[in-house]
Design a protein around this ligand. Structure first.
Ligand SMILES: Cc1cc2nc3c(=O)[nH]c(=O)nc-3n(C[C@H](O)[C@H](O)[C@H](O)COP(=O)(O)OP(=O)(O)OC[C@H]3O[C@@H](n4cnc5c(N)ncnc54)[C@H](O)[C@@H]3O)c2cc1C
Length: 459
């Protein structure tokens, strides 16, 4: 039965041949093997929080992974967690917290399924670990050290960092094109209390001081206010003592980000038809936010899992969308200044501006996955965020061009509307490598979608 499927924000729609609920690996093997009943491409649906056509599977078979949601083992001694692929990031983080452990990367998105985290793009500001010493990666997949996959022939095979590091690197950014991830093992660490504080900078001051700020060895997430020329830096770092779960500061921050800001911005669009007045109000809201963050939002002993947000199953009125490109650290100072100008110019010419604050992350070099956007060195990102009112799609096209010209790198599941040319510019060499592997691991194109074929091969 043909089924209409949408991503979380309901901005992307496709019609699958069928959507299959599964509860065992055997169910998935049976689907992959039976080509008559389950036409390809066979693709997995996590919680479909992706904002790009990486989720689209027109006329294909969609496997809903949310029924495979058991945490199989937490190994305290070797510091690993093994999970079925449909477990939510937030549920696993809470289970680890109870055992005195934590993920290295605590993405804000709690509904990320761990299978998707293991084979797709993610981001969080890299953390500097005082105990283990040194910067940590900012991508979830970097810490996936093993996975069980169902291959194109329906047979299960295993990939591990220890035995097959190159294949593991490809799997970490395979988006299901080398096989369906059914079980994953992540490396985790002992839990540490985390401090957080926010500092506001003028954008020029920020761009000039960027190297010094990074040299403080604290995790740097950015809140960007292009129309105020302001940047608020969220510094996070290890703190002494025991972590206290349930920090009110993170609750306020998460509620504001997930619900309050998108609700107010969206409402303004409908109740204030005059663009100038609406923009003036948005600017006032931005000013209050900058003040609030820099003055009130600080904590000394949060639990890292408190950063993670459980979003509703589908997006409602109070929801946002976003995009992301990553820029080499040494070019970021100029890129952010140019981006702020770009946002103002775009608003002047096209009467559209993002109605949420934008964000950014500092993420260190990471060659753990083939399509890692930090393969060539450390990056910082520019992530526009908006409620998705009319004008957003057009803005994305111009933003993509701006970013590609500034030597940016996109993420296949989080950078909407990129073109094959932009994809080739960012990942030409890696695409060749991946296509060779893909032919070997999926010779019958059981898992390959027209969208990825278009991005990788331009056809
Ligand atoms: C409101 C919101 C906030 C967000 N915040 C963040 C954030 O803070 N950090 C961040 O990194 N990202 C964030 N994201 C993006 C999100 O994490 C990614 O898009 C992620 O891929 C979504 O995971 P999912 O489980 O929903 O996977 P889906 O979107 O359902 O799938 C993603 C892709 O991976 C494939 N896939 C998924 N699971 C498997 C599997 N087991 N085997 C094979 N293929 C598979 C799918 O076929 C698809 O191509 C956010 C998104 C939204 C909407």
């Amino acid at each position: 039965m043909v089924r209409k499927v949408q991503n979380w924000k309901r901005a992307i729609t496709y019609h699958a041949h069928s959507v299959q609920q599964v509860t065992s690996i055997g169910d998935i093997q049976a689907i992959v093997k039976d080509k008559g009943r389950y036409p390809g491409p066979v693709r997995v649906k996590g919680s479909h929080h992706s904002t790009t056509k990486c989720v689209v599977n027109e006329n294909g078979t969609v496997i809903d992974m949310l029924g495979l949601n058991k945490i199989l083992k937490i190994d305290k001694e070797n510091r690993t967690i093994t999970m079925q692929a449909g477990v939510f990031h937030i549920d696993a983080a809470k289970a680890l917290e109870k055992e005195g452990l934590q993920f290295y990367v605590n993405c804000e998105i709690g509904n990320l399924t761990v299978g998707s985290g293991a084979c797709g793009g993610t981001k969080d500001a890299s953390f500097y670990d005082e105990v283990e010493g040194g910067w940590e990666y900012g991508q979830v997949a970097a810490y996936c050290i093993g996975a069980k996959l169902v291959g194109y022939d329906g047979e299960v095979f295993e990939v591990t960092e220890a035995d097959t590091p190159d294949l593991m690197a490809a799997v970490r950014s395979s988006y299901g094109m080398l096989g369906i991830l059914v079980e994953v093992t992540y490396r985790v660490k002992r839990i540490n209390a985390m401090a957080v504080r926010h500092v506001s900078y003028d954008v020029k001051e920020f761009a000039d001081q960027l190297d010094e700020l990074i040299a403080t060895n604290q995790s740097i997430m950015l809140y960007l206010f292009p129309f105020l020329d302001k940047v608020v830096v969220e510094y996070r770092y290890d703190a002494p003592g025991k972590p206290e779960s349930g920090s009110w500061q993170w609750k306020v921050r998460n509620y504001t980000w997930k619900t309050l800001w998108p609700f107010v911005s969206h409402l303004l669009y409908y109740i204030i038809p005059f663009r100038r007045i609406r923009n003036w109000l948005l600017n006032q809201l931005n000013r209050v936010t900058v003040w609030f963050m820099a003055t009130i939002l600080k904590d000394v002993n949060s639990s890292p899992a408190d950063q993670i947000i459980r979003y509703p199953e589908t997006a409602g009125f109070a929801s946002y969308t976003f995009s992301i490109w990553a820029f080499p650290k040494e070019k970021y100072g100029q890129a952010i200044l140019d981006y702020f100008e770009f946002c103002k110019r775009y608003n002047r010419d096209n009467h559209f501006r993002c109605d949420m604050l934008n964000v950014g992350y500092h993420i260190i070099q990471d060659r753990q996955s083939l399509f890692s956007y930090t393969r060539r060195g450390p990056v910082l990102t520019l992530d526009p965020v908006a409620t998705g009112v009319p004008g957003w799609e057009g803005f994305l096209i111009a933003y993509n061009e701006f970013c590609s010209q500034h030597d940016g790198t996109p993420l296949f599941n989080q950078t909407g509307s990129i073109t094959p040319l932009q994809t080739q510019k960012a990942f030409g060499k890696e695409i060749k490598q991946f296509l060779k592997l893909r032919k070997e691991y999926d010779p019958q194109d059981r898992f390959y979608t027209p969208h990825f074929r278009w991005l990788f091969e331009g056809a």
